[in-house]
Ligand binder design. Structure first.
Ligand SMILES: Cc1cc2nc3c(=O)[nH]c(=O)nc-3n(C[C@H](O)[C@H](O)[C@H](O)COP(=O)(O)OP(=O)(O)OC[C@H]3O[C@@H](n4cnc5c(N)ncnc54)[C@H](O)[C@@H]3O)c2cc1C
Ligand code: FES
Ligand code: FES
Length: 1303
């Protein structure tokens, strides 16, 4: 095998074959994407991207995932290795493949996750450790995580924890809560300690406790051996040493890519193609092409021009080539900072501060300094600092060179201050700072890292020597207009002033006047941004004051940003287990290794079948309108288009009357599917979507908000109500009454794997095989109305909640092979999410804090169709009392119908929203009567709920006490602290939803086969059911195999939801095992010393059936809404969480410099503590996102969704994990009802995330108290930095308000 092929086998692409290919005349570039893995003619593999060569090569690598296409999630991370012409070293760096044009990889080696290791050959330690540390759940983010960590280790075999955090900052995970992923990475770090408590001088095992805090055995990990890594291809090295000087040109169908080999050629090309952009990192051009449809027929790639990567220093400053990546710039600046005296490096330090937070590592590796500056994004982090730092741009053209300042006019794009069309930016000159000069940088974003800043700023002041008199002042802001703004006028007026309070006041007034955001400024949030403009200046004022060593009464304000530290924590579980019994052990996820190696097959990884077509959806652009006409003529004429499917083409019913699959006559929301184009490629289908013309006539009313729906009495279902006691009378007898309102924002699922489906029609009997990502295959089957069909699921589903009406498609009988993969944008547009809630409460209580009466009325925004909204309303009402016994209680709830995409069930089914209202009431009472209010009002003894179901709250009290005990032993800041209790009901309020059927096949030849019907959202089930079978049959799990979920093997399944999956499926497994064992009993008795294989063989010979259907009828559950009584839930999960946060009152940031979260959860006898702890951490983090960072989806006034990807919608990132995160499973807890006394923990932890919300509210209340303003205020959920900042009202918010009043 040649070395080329050898390397290809390992997923390494290199380009000497490509070079040969470029000589071939039939080479074309074609913009396309599907499938998510792509093959190239030059023999390598490359995933995602914009430009692909169109001759397939028979290599199928599916590891690299596609989740956003905008560089924002890291799922597509691969490692690129290049020879650096300047340092003459090999540079390994991670990139997000979705933004890397394939043509830019000339001379590069690409290593995908397959190149790192494989189950079949050899696992890489990174893969082994992430799997064994329980760092995977759905596994969709895992290959990206592996590649980020792998690249880090290629550069730093023993990285620091800071480097680990930096490396993973660009990778999102929606399942795990990040802690176990970081834990696996930490095992490589120099300073990592085995037991997490040992690092702090304390080890659980040293204390002889029966508590285990290690969920994996570090000693079993294979060591990292850097000598075993793949080498850089010698062919590429030879190429690098003898670089190609010819211009390489790639002609595509619509795009020409030109890569000159010399600077001279580049400058000539720029004259020839003045409009052609220079493409470097493609992190600006790429997203603009995807989301704004920007198109450039010619692209000039200067990647091979070494002059653009030069770095030079003088005694005055530093010149950095425009082609240097931001990661390289960071290293260069860090180098200068370490070499030069502090006074000379003020600007460099300020830039470094931003470079740590700007995007994720992959983007910093790709984005160039030149591209960053030239993009002139209004949110640019570096441009404001460069502008105040007197940076100059060295330009070059065929005519010669010249220098221009990077100033206000350049940033505003004024022609007189800009590059000429034939010019390029060659390098950037950043002068040293000088004595008595101070430079700072500020930014505030939704999350600490990997989020564009709301406002960003660079500030510089120069004093007259030895004084505090301002000689020069520069202030520049980003995020406050269409371009970076320099506050020149204000600065001019402050010259000659002393650096003191009167100057501060004057500066703020001037700034508010000059940096005046219009009401419709990009991104909105005008008040917040204006507040940040002055708050940042205030921070700068304090910093400089400190530098000048001047005493200031306000210096106690935190000046440093919150650091991004690797979380510490303990996971405690009971550890008294028989060694041979797998039940209750922290055993690795069944698919963990496959996730880590990329060998797990997701829906989109199924190999393309012959004649497969691609489907793209045409969606409504109107919120409420009559469809006047649909013109498909142009779309149908386009090459490759096979058909456009409309409602008329659907045989049978087109969904329910009020919930159509494809719109008929009218549309109810923007994003509703009207028709579907089927074409030979994704690009063709998408082009045809653009050519489909639909004429609408708008209808009234158009309703978007809950308030409007109430006004129009627009509801989806009747009110749900529960009441006990005499609420009115109780209100008359209480000492105090508080009333309030609570708003809880919705939540986007943001599952990493977007909705996907593959349909393969069978020629015989009109059957269809439908491969679909869903939790509810039977529902999809029913909706497809072409039974018997066989939907088969990609079983590694993320956190997707049921959206069957979106995934169940109906097809024409003749429909050829077809697949549909929703882009993140379309997925967010079409599918709904968690219901936003508006609640009103009235609570009556005695001065002692005992609550006597509570009346809550809630409305949820259901969107345009019923979907699960009635069920969510019911669950909301049933679960709203949470852990509190209040004798006089009234809960009412209604689902509003609005013209938004239909909202649906989402982890917790309304519980996280409803209980936030209840906890807000309790918090309001606690504000009057003291912190013991929660405990005072909690259920204490065996009792009945509001719906008269008896239960014993003893585990709840134990969780609460355990937490209190734990907290007592630890130091707590008193500011920003909250503790919440939780009683979460598991399961559905209907017995039929708990029934489970499993077919259990026992095969000959030592093989136990267990086809298994359900999709795993909570990830535990597959493994835990093997554990159940293993315990029942006393057969090791290594003898077992679980098949994919399929309605062909197990019909009439129910959805995996409501945290009941592990339990009820486990019971069915148990039943099947017991049936089989009973049949085998005589044989075993006869040959007790025999092996499992002997007995199975004997049974086969005696014609004893070796397959059994296991069945569990389900727990009895019912609810009588007429009477308001029932036993709707089989059992409860109890828990308690406390969080401590610190809030930056000047910016609203609440990562929480010192955040600590402790959770105690009653899991009883956990089937797999590692998976249960993973569920708790993952759902807690998702809950923390719901209540803090995941700002409500933003819509235009016409109902068009703005938030369409990771840059507009922020799920928690790795830096948002609590700095100290302790999770304990309550020891010695039992429940007789469930399988092996376990409990389902899939959803409950969501609500515990609210402890962070209430801790933030507590911190804000303290701040308000200090400022003598009313303590009771409403922080809306999510408590975003904006809301927090504005709630911490102070002189700056007042200045903003006053400036608005008088402007
Ligand atoms: C996921 C993501 C997160 C991000 N987060 C942040 C963030 O937090 N903060 C922030 O400030 N930015 C952020 N960015 C933006 C990023 O910093 C810029 O997109 C990037 O720096 C552009 O560099 P590039 O090399 O990729 O430019 P390209 O996309 O390759 O080019 C951009 C433009 O620059 C021009 N150009 C490039 N080089 C030259 C040259 N030498 N001479 C003349 N013209 C030239 C090109 O013609 C083109 O018009 C983010 C981007 C992404 C994708
Ligand atoms: S798919 Fe490439 S970063 Fe998200
Ligand atoms: S495991 Fe990370 S997204 Fe699912």
């Amino acid at each position: 095998m040649s070395s080329v092929t050898q390397l290809i086998r390992y997923g390494v692409a290199f380009t000497d074959t490509w070079r040969q290919a470029t000589d071939s005349s039939d080479l074309h570039l074609t913009p396309q994407r599907k499938p998510s893995w792509l093959e190239t003619p030059w023999g390598g593999h490359y995933h995602g991207g914009n430009l692909f060569l169109d001759r397939p090569f028979p290599v199928r690598l599916t590891g690299t995932k596609y989740a956003c296409g905008r560089g924002g999630c890291g799922a597509c991370t691969v490692m690129v290795s290049k020879h650096d012409p300047v340092s003459r070293k090999i540079r390994h760096f991670s990139v997000t493949a979705c933004l890397v044009p394939i043509c830019s990889l000339y001379g590069a080696a690409v290593t995908t996750v397959e190149g790192v290791g494989s189950i079949k050959t050899r696992l890489h330690p990174v893969q082994e450790r992430i799997a064994k540390s329980h760092g995977t759940q759905c596994g969709f983010c895992t290959p990206g995580m592996v590649m980020s960590m792998y690249t880090l280790l290629r550069n730093h075999p023993q990285p620091s924890e800071e480097q680990l955090m930096e490396a993973l900052g660009g990778n999102l995970c929606r399942c795990t809560g990040y802690r176990p992923i970081l834990e696996s990475g930490r095992t490589f770090c120099a300073e990592s300690s085995g037991c997490q408590q040992k690092g702090r001088g304390k080890c659980c095992l040293d204390q002889g406790e029966n508590i285990c805090t290690e969920l994996f055995a570090k000693d079993e990990f294979q060591p990292l051996d850097p000598t075993q890594e793949l080498i850089f291809p010698p062919e590429l090295l030879r190429m690098a040493e003898n670089p190609e000087k010819r211009t390489l040109t790639f002609h595509g169908e619509r795009v020409t890519w030109i890569s000159p080999g010399t600077l001279k050629d580049l400058l000539e090309l720029k004259v020839k193609h003045p409009d052609a952009p220079l493409i470097l990192g493609n992190t600006s051009l790429g997203p603009a092409k995807k989301s704004q449809g920007h198109f450039h027929p010619v692209l000039l790639s200067p990647a091979r021009i070494s002059e653009l990567s030069m770095v030079s220093t003088t005694s005055e400053g530093l010149t950095i080539g425009a082609g240097c990546s931001l990661a390289q710039v960071k290293d260069i600046l860090a180098g200068r900072v370490s070499e030069l005296p502090e006074e000379k490096t003020q600007t460099y330090r300020a830039l470094l501060k931003h470079l740590k937070r700007l995007a994720g590592q992959q983007i910093r590796n790709m984005a160039s300094l030149g591209g960053h500056i030239m993009s002139r994004h209004c949110y640019s982090d570096l441009n404001p600092v460069l502008a105040v730092g007197n940076t100059a741009l060295n330009l070059m053209s065929k005519e010669g060179t010249r220098q221009i300042p990077l100033d206000r006019d350049f940033l505003a794009g004024l022609a007189s201050a800009d590059l000429k069309p034939e010019e390029i930016l060659e390098s950037v000159y950043i002068p040293h700072s000088q004595r008595w000069e101070f430079v700072s940088a500020f930014r505030q974003a939704q999350c600490q890292q990997n989020a564009l800043a709301d406002v960003t700023a660079g500030m510089r002041v120069l004093f007259q020597e030895g004084t505090d008199t301002i000689e020069d002042l520069s202030l520049a802001y980003g995020g406050v207009g269409d371009a970076t703004i320099s506050a020149q006028k204000s600065c001019q007026q402050l010259l000659g002033r002393h650096w003191n309070e009167p100057m501060l006041d004057e500066a703020c007034r001037l700034l508010l006047d000059e940096v005046s955001l219009p009401g419709g400024a990009p991104g909105g949030s005008v008040e917040f941004k204006r507040t940040l403009v002055v708050s940042f200046f205030f921070k700068f004022y304090l910093e400089v004051l400190q530098e000048l060593k001047k005493p200031g009464k306000l210096l106690s304000v935190a000046l440093e940003d919150f650091p991004a530290t690797v979380p510490q924590g303990v996971q405690s579980v009971d550890s008294h287990q028989a060694l041979q019994d797998p039940v209750g052990r922290p055993i690795m996820h069944l698919s963990g290794l496959k996730h880590a190696t990329g060998e797990a097959i997701f829906c989109d990884d199924i190999p393309t079948v012959d004649k497969e077509l691609f489907m793209a959806l045409v969606t409504s652009t109107r919120a409420h309108a009559k469809i006047i006409s649909v013109d498909l003529s142009k779309a149908l004429e386009l090459p490759g288009v096979v058909d456009v499917i409309t409602a008329e083409d659907i045989p049978g019913t087109n969904g329910a009357e009020d919930d159509r699959l494809l719109a008929v006559d009218k549309v109810l929301c923007v994003g509703q599917i009207v028709c579907a184009v089927v074409a030979e490629t994704e690009a063709q289908a998408k082009r045809a979507v653009e050519e489909t013309k639909i004429a609408y006539e708008d209808l009234e009313p158009v309703i978007f908000t809950i308030e409007d729906a109430i006004k129009h009495s627009s509801f989806l279902c009747p009110e749900k109500k529960l009441e006990q006691g005499n609420v009115e009378k109780a209100f008359e007898e209480v000492d105090q009454i508080v009333e309030g309102e609570v708003h809880v924002g919705g939540q986007e699922h943001f599952y990493m794997e977007t909705q996907r489906v593959l349909v393969i029609p069978k020629t015989e009997d009109k059957e269809l095989d439908i491969y679909v990502s869903t939790q509810d295959p039977a529902h999809v089957q029913v909706r497809s109305k072409l039974a018997p069909t066989s939907p088969t699921c990609s079983f590694r589903r993320g956190l997707q909640s049921p959206q069957p009406h979106r995934t169940g498609h109906q097809w024409r009988n003749w429909l050829p092979h077809s697949s549909c993969l929703l882009d993140r944008e379309d997925d967010m547009l079409i599918t709904g999410g968690r219901h936003p809630l508006f609640g009103k409460y009235k609570v009556g209580f005695m001065n002692s804090g005992r609550i006597r009466a509570l009346d809550i009325e809630c409305f949820i925004n259901g969107g345009c169709t019923l979907d699960d909204s009635e069920l969510v309303t019911e669950f909301l009402i049933l679960k709203m009392e949470n852990a509190y016994k209040i004798h006089n209680l009234r809960f009412r709830g209604r689902a509003c119908m609005t013209n938004l995409p239909s909202n649906t069930a989402f982890r917790g089914f309304g519980f996280p929203q409803g209980t936030l209202v209840t906890e807000s009431c309790i918090t309001a009472v606690a504000a009057k009567c003291g912190p013991s209010v929660r405990e005072k009002n909690m259920y204490k003894t065996v009792d009945k709920t509001i719906y008269k179901q008896a239960f014993n709250p003893e585990p709840l009290i134990r969780c609460w006490n355990e937490l209190a005990e734990f907290n007592k032993k630890n130091y707590w800041r008193k500011r920003g602290l909250a503790v919440v209790p939780m009683k979460f009901s598991v399961g559905f309020a209907a017995t039929s939803f708990h029934q489970v059927r499993l077919i259990y096949l026992c095969l000959l030849a030592r093989f136990t086969r267990q086809p298994h019907w359900f999709t795993s959202t909570q990830m535990g089930p597959y493994w835990s059911h093997m554990e159940v079978a293993s315990r029942e049959l006393k057969v090791p799990t290594s003898h077992m195999h679980i098949c994919e979920t399929s309605t062909a093997t197990v019909p009439n399944t129910i959805a995996t939801a409501a945290s009941i999956g592990s339990d009820v499926n486990g019971r069915a497994v148990q039943n099947a095992c017991q049936i089989l064992l009973k049949r085998l009993e005589p044989i075993i008795k006869k040959n007790p010393e025999g092996t499992w294989e002997d007995w199975v063989k004997a049974a086969f010979e005696q014609r004893i059936s070796l397959s059994a259907t296991g069945y569990f009828r389900g727990y009895e559950a019912f609810m009588d809404w007429e009477k308001g009584e029932g036993d709707p839930f089989p059992y409860y999960v109890y828990g308690a969480a406390s969080s401590e946060v610190e809030v930056d009152c000047l910016t609203g940031a609440h990562k929480v410099k010192k955040i600590r979260t402790d959770i105690v959860m009653d899991a009883c006898c956990s089937l797999n503590p590692a998976i249960d702890i993973g569920q708790i951490e993952g759902s807690f983090t998702q809950g923390m996102g719901l209540y803090t960072t995941e700002e409500e989806l933003k819509y235009s006034p016409e109902g068009v969704l703005y938030s369409r990807g990771p840059d507009d919608y922020k799920i928690p990132t790795i830096t948002d994990v609590p700095e100290e995160f302790n999770v304990s499973l309550l020891p010695s807890s039992q429940t007789p009802l469930t399988i092996y006394s376990s409990k389902g923990l899939g959803e409950s932890g969501m609500f515990l995330g609210s402890s962070v919300f209430f801790a933030i509210a507590d911190a804000v209340a303290t701040a308000r108290r200090e400022r003598d303003i009313a303590e009771d205020f409403t922080v809306r959920s999510p408590a975003t930095p904006e809301r927090v900042r504005m709630a911490c009202a102070d002189r700056f918010t007042e200045m903003v308000r006053d400036s608005r009043l008088f402007s």
